[in-house]
Design a protein around this ligand. Structure first.
Ligand code: NDP
Length: 470
């Protein structure tokens, strides 16, 4: 990376007069600064992207795909540097979480490079030949969050570029540095203006969503911010892909094998310290298994090793930022005040950084904040149920509908129930596993549109019908 991280606009590194601190969440102390972009930087980035668009859109897809593959190779060559930076600013352990995220980003890049949209034949008869083509949209703006900053940037940028669009990305102000490095690496392999990065807090996001030179926004983050972006994007009818919050439920049927499912559920609830949109966030367990499963999850939670990302012993990192840490503490205190019993964790750890232990809470139910609200942190509420129809109704309540799962030794029964979950992805004996080929998106207020695979690619394209009269 350049000595001081810079914006990348029109293929050039750009320093800014103003800079802001980036905090290491394991210490709570600033470890670096990030350039603070202004309105002029955004205008320049959008103008550069618009200038680059006609040539990039006209570049054969095979050539665009070759650039994507070159980006994957370049990222792989510098992955140690990216992993260290990601771990330091985000908090996730280098050895597990950060290395896994960067590895997934490389894999996703290569897979995306292999996608090829097909021309669809709609009609071919004596009256007309009608074909459905897909064209790029123009300038795509990506706004990313702080939980998986590198992987989500790749999810946004790479399909947009393959489809022939130019991109301006704005990372979260909590985790901007790994994205600046990623863009520095990628932009060096692309024509000037095809990929640009600006930085800044909510006001910059707001300026992006209202910018008349941007044709589409792809956003991953909270539902309230998604609503603001949607309202603000109406001026020029921007296309939107919104990947928003989730409060995913899992239903454990009475015939599930507790020893088999406990470690899997633990991994899917607490991976990335619970800071994943499709993490398992509400666990509905049949009365007959409730105590055994909650006890096993608590044992696993107590045995987990929390620590800073650069300690090879660390399995889980801190909560990423102070505001989120305060929110997690608040939800735990509220659960306790309302009769919740913590079998593991429940209190923030003393010492530096935003460390909250992996926590399992029972004697909680719907109507309590820790169940109704997305915790986005390391607390798992375990909710007892007696009647599976009641559990399903509770799983389907609320405004979210990102994912859901059913766990059972009877795969057919679990599959039938999973199909009745109102959500974008329904898993059976699994949760939060994603594939670059399978579309991922939310039902209800968990989002609009999908990412990944050909369905995801189409979100960066405009349908054009070509009708040739006979
Ligand atoms: P936000 O949704 O507010 O932030 C995500 C991104 O949006 C960041 O880049 C942020 O910039 C940007 N942004 C903020 N305000 C605006 C705006 N008005 N217009 C456009 N962009 C904007 O998430 P928070 O960091 O505030 O986290 C709050 C909650 O969101 C968490 O508690 C969690 O529940 C949820 N969340 C969900 C995620 C998911 O993957 N679904 C990811 C992250 C959070 P900046 O950070 O620079 O202000």
């Amino acid at each position: 990376m350049t000595v001081e991280p810079c914006l990348i606009i029109d293929g050039q590194a750009r320093a800014t007069a103003a800079r802001f601190d980036v905090i290491n969440p394991a210490t709570g102390v600033a470890f670096a600064t990030c350039p603070q972009a202004g309105a002029e930087d955004l205008d320049d980035a959008v103008a550069a992207a618009r200038r680059a668009f006609p040539t990039w859109a006209a570049t054969p897809i095979e050539d665009r795909a070759a650039r994507l593959l070159a980006i994957a190779d370049a990222v792989e060559a510098r992955k140690a540097e990216i992993i260290r930076l990601l771990s330091t600013e985000q908090g996730k352990p280098m050895a597990g979480g950060a290395a896994g995220e960067v590895g997934a980003a490389i894999m996703w890049t290569r897979f995306t490079a292999g996608l090829r949209p097909e021309v669809e034949l709609i009609q071919d008869d004596a009256t007309a030949r009608i074909e459905l083509h897909r064209r790029p949209l123009g300038v795509v703006a990506s706004i990313t969050p702080w939980n998986h900053p590198v992987l989500i940037a790749v999810w946004h940028i790479l399909p947009a570029l393959l489809a022939g669009n130019c991109v301006v990305i704005k990372p979260s102000s909590y985790t901007p540095l790994s994205t600046l490095l990623l863009v520095e690496i990628a932009a060096a392999l692309l024509p000037p203006g095809v990929l640009n990065v600006v930085t800044g807090e909510g006001a910059m996001g707001q300026a992006i969503s209202g910018h008349p030179g941007i044709d589409k926004i792809v956003f991953t983050g909270s539902t309230p911010t998604g609503r603001r972006i949607m309202a603000n994007a109406a001026g020029n009818l921007k296309r939107l892909t919104l990947e928003l919050g989730g409060n995913d439920a899992a239903i454990i049927l009475p015939d599930a094998d507790v020893d088999v499912v406990a470690p899997k559920i633990f991994a899917k609830a607490f991976g990335n310290s619970g800071q994943t949109c499709a993490a398992l966030k509400r666990l509905y367990v049949h009365d007959s298994l409730h105590d055994a499963l909650a006890g096993k999850l608590a044992d696993l939670a107590r045995a987990a090793k929390l620590g800073p990302g650069d300690d090879p012993e660390s399995q889980f990192g801190p909560v990423q930022n102070r505001a989120q840490f305060d929110r997690v503490c608040e939800l735990a205190a509220d659960a306790k005040a309302r009769g919740g019993r913590f079998l593991a964790g429940g209190e923030p750890l003393s010492g530096p950084g935003y460390f909250f232990p992996l926590s399992v809470v029972v004697d909680v139910t719907d109507g309590m904040r820790v169940v109704d609200e997305e915790q986005f942190g390391p607390i798992l509420p375990v909710i007892r149920y007696h009647d599976v129809e009641d559990a399903l109704a509770r799983a389907n309540a609320g405004e979210n509908g990102l994912g859901g799962s059913v766990w059972s030794s009877d795969v057919a029964a679990a599959t039938a129930l999973a199909q009745r979950l109102i959500c974008g992805t329904a898993w059976v004996n699994d949760h939060a596993s994603l594939s670059p080929a399978a579309p991922f998106g939310g039902a209800k207020q968990s989002g609009i549109g999908v990412e990944f695979g050909l369905h995801g690619l189409q979100e960066y394209q405009q349908v054009q019908v070509l009708r040739v009269a006979r």
